[in-house]
Ligand binder design. Structure first.
Ligand SMILES: CCC1=C(C)/C(=C/C2=NC(=C\c3[nH]c(/C=C4\NC(=O)[C@H](C)[C@H]4CC)c(C)c3CCC(=O)O)/C(CCC(=O)O)=C2C)NC1=O
Length: 169
């Protein structure tokens, strides 16, 4: 599992280079956002259940067919599985935010997910939408908590939706 620093060192070590201007710039931008990343992880930790609940309610309001007979989140068991999945995405997004790297998402979340979702008929479009709603909620809460520039927040959420969306689930 890699973070922004270990990924960078790994790349430079492969070619035996010292850390050049590009490396320093990228390290600087990671450390410049460090405190904001940690603050956001704290915000997510303090509000996780609420974030998942809000995002779930909004998702099912936008796409009510999901929870009607025939929908993939229909029945209490599948409804709960869907919210549990959202909770996974949120928790791992918080790890990736602190790491400043998406490697943890590849390793722990996305690996094999396509096959699983395929075999269970879990629709990717609505899952992507659920992740995007959580991103918006987290941005809102982080802003309220005093994080001034929340643009670094896009990376893990967008990465997961890209991976889920691009592949033909
Ligand atoms: C930490 C990494 C990790 C992930 C990501 C993960 C996902 C995951 N989601 C699953 C099921 C599921 N996932 C959903 C999700 C949804 N259905 C919808 O209509 C919505 C669009 C969406 C919620 C946003 C549902 C409903 C199931 C149960 C499907 C079934 O059993 O028929 C399953 C099958 C096994 C199970 O039910 O527990 C896995 C492995 N498991 C993991 O360990």
């Amino acid at each position: 599992m890699r973070d922004a620093v270990t990924s960078l060192i790994r790349n430079y070590d492969i070619t035996g280079r010292y850390l050049d201007r590009n490396a320093i710039d990228s390290l600087k931008s990671y450390f410049d956002t460090g405190l904001a990343r940690i603050q956001t992880a704290a915000v997510i930790n303090a509000n996780a259940a609420d974030i998942v609940k809000r995002a779930g309610l909004q998702l099912f309001e936008e796409l009510p067919e999901l929870i009607r007979p025939g929908g993939n989140a229909y029945t209490t068991r599948r409804y709960a599985a869907c919210l549990r999945d959202m909770d996974y995405y949120l928790r791992y997004a918080s790890y990736a935010l602190v790491a400043g790297d998406t490697d943890v998402l590849d390793e722990r979340v996305l690996e094999g997910l396509r096959e699983t979702y395929n075999s269970l008929g879990v629709p990717s479009g609505p899952t992507v939408r659920g992740i995007q709603i959580m991103k918006e909620v987290v941005k809102e809460l982080a802003t309220e908590a005093g994080v001034s520039n929340v643009s670094f927040l896009d990376q893990p959420f967008d990465y997961m939706t890209r991976e889920l969306g691009e592949k033909d689930l």
